[in-house]
Design a binder for this molecule. Structure first.
Ligand code: NI
Length: 163
């Protein structure tokens, strides 16, 4: 198990960069994905994007409690509906804020064998896909919050707000 250093908003410019596509899954990329999963689970996160550990490549890992989802060069194909709820980020520790996201997302991505795959998600998975893909374009959820950034005991996101 290898943990990577978490990059923090305000300290690391890499969180604001546009990441590059992965052309080939080298052993280094496989190691990066393994380390990203270890780091996400260690930090009790629901998702993690490569720039959060300082690597400007289009790779995200997500686990909303259904097992790990590794997405290389992901792209959103379709969205519908909307959900408004609380969101946080491992790169913005101790904070959360209200963000409106699509209720449903369909996305394509490549797996570690570079097979093209499709994922459809609703609720938390839809939110996680949107949040993590934003990281690949240098966007953070704090750019979209409704109201103020709040202090939180919990890192990561997933707590739905009472309507
Ligand atoms: Ni995040």
């Amino acid at each position: 198990m290898a943990l990577r250093k978490m990059r923090i908003m305000g300290e690391d410019d890499c969180l604001r960069e546009v990441c590059r596509e992965v052309k080939e899954v080298t052993p280094k990329i496989v190691q990066l994905v393994d380390d990203m999963l270890d780091t996400m689970y260690e930090e009790n996160g629901v998702g993690l994007a490569a720039p959060q550990v300082g690597i400007l490549k289009r790779i995200v890992v997500i686990d909303v409690g259904e097992g790990p989802l590794v997405m290389i060069n992901p792209k959103i194909l379709e969205t519908s509906g909307s959900q408004t709820g609380s969101e946080g980020c491992l790169s913005v520790p101790g904070k959360n804020g209200t963000v409106t996201r699509p209720m449903y997302v369909k996305a394509e991505f490549y797996d570690e064998e570079m097979n093209k795959c499709i994922v459809e998600g609703e609720e938390l998975l839809a939110r996680a896909i949107c949040h993590e893909l934003d990281h690949l374009d240098g966007k953070l959820y704090v750019d979209f919050i409704e109201g103020k950034l709040r202090d939180n005991e919990l890192d990561g996101y997933g707590e739905e707000e009472e309507e």
